[in-house]
Design a protein around this ligand. Structure first.
Ligand SMILES: Nc1ncnc2c1ncn2[C@@H]1O[C@H](COP(=O)(O)OP(=O)(O)OP(=O)(O)O)[C@@H](O)[C@H]1O
Ligand SMILES: [Mg+2]
Length: 592
């Protein structure tokens, strides 16, 4: 050995290595520069991109700017104005704190910066190449800072080659920008790409910003989340069912206004939707978690995107509760409005948003329930005279005009599939299969909680031979099936005997239903066995489209549906009910 091998790396080299962590592609430069602009108190931020950020990334802000000495220092490693003591590190209120970003970026690009503080008449102009200052001078410029990052990775060709197409890099930048747009809706943002303006968003509130970025449909399908307890506050919005998507792109979680990724919290949100959310679909959400900075460690990941909570499980359950309560407070029933104008969208795009608080239609408006399947009043009618005309009265008049029906109810079945009914606000349409599925599902869960189900003994117990896999599944769920009233005994050799079936089931179907439940169970991605059995059972035992129903059956179905916890969505998340408001019809017939 003899020779010593450990050397202190020259700064330039160590910056380059650090850059490998902090700056891995153009979008991460955008992230660091915009964070700095926000930390500097900017109200207006402009981002200019050329060739996917490979040839130019420029960020212009109207923040506090820097004096000359700071302008030089900020490109040094570990130069930061944001923390100075170890205590500060545990109480970070800014997006940046490591004093690494600019040093790293400058070491792998050509940087030009102009910056001026309020009190200085003249600004500082600085040019660097590979982290080394090439030019320092004075310049006239607006208050704030403008940083240009040119030819990123010019001196690390391997990294440069590793970059994706301009288009792909640009898409990454858009994603990064979306996070800032949502976390800082009160800030104006402008984006240029290859000389063209992509957007210019004025300051607004969260809903307004969502409208600017994602459009009117998103803005109209938000459910506010507001949850406050001493150690945590959660606010923001979660999307209704119209915003469910196949992919995960539209989920934003911010911790103390910093975008983070956290699987556990993401799962907390998703699980809060319960059966409202169909398998494999993803909800839209923008949620802000505020916790005492001392309870999180943001310094576990180079780009601070992962954080560590002191008590992750507690955060999980708090988030889950917050979202659950939000979802419960609004009914996310889809209202069929086909004549919806698109002008609102256009308008929203051009005019600055008023900072109106997010408002939602109250529950009653969706369900002014008043089924007229209650028994007719003893003397049959009420006087059609007096009182000014109201919707209520119009229907009473009808009843009066056609009193010949013994039980006159405004319920009817369309194509043996949908149930229509008049409600106060217009028309209600129910999918009969889904409605029944919801009822059976909740009954099943209820039965699991209690003990004895209603089952009917089979006169001739039926032996059914199953495939090895099905047999295996059956043994797994046997306990729960029994609870549902499916008394299935294991006869060995993959054969089971169906001794009794749920009282609600038609006798002839027992084997078919059993097999279907097994199939459904196999294909379900649900984790909880009970839920999985309940869903499979509900889905396969429910009445189907094509089943003709009597008035009594329809009434029972509707009654049962509205006695459930969630009459609006089937266990797989499909809507059970659609309403058509009277005003929608009036519009169509040009009464309005
Ligand atoms: N746009 C800006 N306006 C005003 N000051 C700035 C701006 N950008 C950077 N600075 C100053 O330069 C310093 C260094 O910035 P840099 O991004 O390298 O580190 P940081 O933000 O402190 O920490 P991090 O590495 O975590 O981002 C900042 O602390 C800040 O004082
Ligand atoms: Mg920074």
């Amino acid at each position: 050995m003899g020779n010593n091998v450990i050397k202190i790396l020259p700064d330039i080299l160590s910056n380059k290595i650090a850059a490998g962590e902090v700056v891995d592609r153009p979008s991460s430069v955008v992230k660091e520069l915009v964070e700095n602009a926000l930390d500097a108190g900017a109200q207006q931020i402009t981002v200019i991109i050329k060739d996917g950020g490979k040839s130019l990334i420029q960020v212009i802000d109207d923040g506090c700017g820097m004096v000359e000495a700071d302008a030089i220092l900020c490109f040094e490693r570990h130069s930061t104005s944001k923390i100075s003591t170890v205590d500060d590190l545990h109480n970070i209120q800014t997006l940046g704190f490591r004093g690494e970003a600019l040093a790293s970026i400058a070491s792998v690009s050509r940087v030009e910066m102009k910056t001026r503080t309020e009190s200085n008449p003249e600004g500082t102009w600085l040019k660097l190449e590979g982290g080394i200052i090439q030019h320092l001078g004075k310049t006239g410029c607006a208050r704030g800072t403008s940083i240009m990052v040119k030819t990123l990775f010019f001196n690390t060709p391997a990294r440069r080659k590793f970059l994706k197409s301009d288009q792909a890099e640009y898409r990454h930048i858009l994603q990064i920008m979306n996070r800032f747009l949502l976390s800082h809706s009160e800030i104006a943002f402008t984006l240029y790409k290859d000389g063209q303006m992509v957007y210019q968003y004025s300051p607004t509130d969260l809903k307004g910003r969502i409208r600017q970025v994602f459009g009117e449909k998103h803005a109209q399908n938000l459910i506010p989340v507001n949850f406050d307890i001493p150690e945590v506050t959660i606010h923001g919005v979660v999307g209704g069912m119209d915003l469910f998507r196949q992919t995960r792109g539209e989920q934003f979680l911010f911790l103390n206004r910093r975008y983070i990724l956290n699987k556990s919290i993401n799962f907390a949100v998703i699980s809060a939707y319960e059966s409202m959310l169909p398998n494999r679909l993803q909800p839209f959400y923008v949620l802000f978690l505020e916790v005492n900075p001392q309870q999180v460690d943001v310094n576990v990941h180079p780009s601070k995107i992962e954080v560590r909570f002191e008590d992750e499980r507690r955060i999980f359950s708090i988030v889950q509760r917050a979202v659950k309560e939000a979802l419960r407070s609004t009914e996310v029933v889809p209202v069929l409005r086909t004549t919806e104008t698109t002008s609102a969208t256009a308008q929203a795009k051009s005019s600055p948003q008023k900072t109106a608080p997010i408002s939602y239609r109250p529950k009653e408006q969706y369900f002014p329930f008043e089924f007229r399947h209650t028994k007719r009043r003893p003397n049959g009618v009420s006087s059609p005279i007096a009182k000014p005309q109201t919707e209520q009265q119009v229907s009473q008049e009808e009843e009066w005009e056609k009193p010949s029906f013994e039980e006159r109810i405004s319920i009817w079945q369309l194509h043996d599939k949908y149930i229509f009914s008049q409600i106060k606000s217009g028309l209600l349409i129910i999918d009969q299969h889904l409605a029944h599925e919801r009822i059976l599902y909740e009954q099943a869960l209820e039965t699991f909680r209690k003990s004895r189900p209603a089952s009917q003994q089979q006169l001739f117990p039926k032996a059914v031979e199953l495939s090895p896999e099905d047999y295996d599944i059956l043994l797994e769920v046997q306990f729960y099936l029994n609870k549902l009233g499916f008394i299935v005994k294991d006869f060995g050799k993959r054969t089971v005997i169906i001794e009794a079936i749920p009282a609600t089931l038609k006798k002839a179907d027992e084997e078919k239903v059993l097999r279907e439940i097994i199939d459904e169970y196999r294909n379900s991605e649900e984790l909880d066995i009970r839920d999985k059995v309940a869903k499979s059972y509900a889905c396969k035992s429910a009445i189907k489209a094509g089943d003709r129903l009597t008035q009594t059956e329809m009434i029972a179905l509707i009654d049962g549906l509205f006695a459930t916890q969630n009459p609006y969505f089937c266990p797989h998340g499909r809507p059970i009910i659609v309403t058509i408001p009277l005003e929608e019809l009036d519009k169509r017939f040009m009464r309005l």
